[in-house]
Write a protein that binds this ligand. Structure first.
Ligand code: HEC
Length: 119
């Protein structure tokens, strides 16, 4: 019986997560995320991403990578093990105008978003 309740609990947990998903607003160049359900730390990280990660391209590139699990330009895998390398790659682009802590914040956010998007 106890096991049954536990399984039911697990089922609820997963179905809620699946239902939540990634909340995307707009399309194309206007694509962005709805951060209202993010925990406070991730809301702060999203503010950094919204300012820093749109200098050379829009947020669409980042959101599509998170949604599909594939980096849209190079076609490489985009999962939790890859986010840090992408962050560093962006930091090293000429005139990226980002600090290491800012990039770390966006990497943490991308990892969180990958969990939300369930990869
Ligand atoms: C200085 C310019 C610049 C900034 C700032 C920048 N990017 Fe990029 N980004 C690029 C370029 C150029 C590409 C094209 C693919 C490449 O060269 O890696 C790219 C590609 C990407 C891709 C697709 C990668 C692929 O392999 O397909 C993602 C995801 C991405 N950027 C996310 C971000 C995030 C997140 C940030 C903020 C932390 C950011 N970018 C900030 C220039 C920038």
């Amino acid at each position: 019986m106890k096991k049954g309740i536990f399984l039911l609990f697990l089922l609820c947990l997963f179905s809620t997560a699946a239902h939540a998903g990634l909340r995307v607003i707009g399309r194309g160049d206007n694509m962005r995320l709805d951060p209202s359900a993010f925990p406070p730390a991730m809301k702060a990280n999203y503010e950094i991403m919204r300012v820093r990660c749109v200098k050379c391209h829009t947020l669409e590139r980042t959101i599509v990578a998170i949604q599909t699990g594939v980096a849209p330009i190079t076609g490489q895998l985009f999962d939790r093990s890859a986010t840090r390398a992408y962050g560093i790659k962006m930091l090293r682009k000429p005139d990226s105008n980002m600090s290491k802590p800012e990039v770390k914040a966006t990497v943490d956010l991308m990892n969180y978003l990958l969990d939300v998007a369930q990869h």
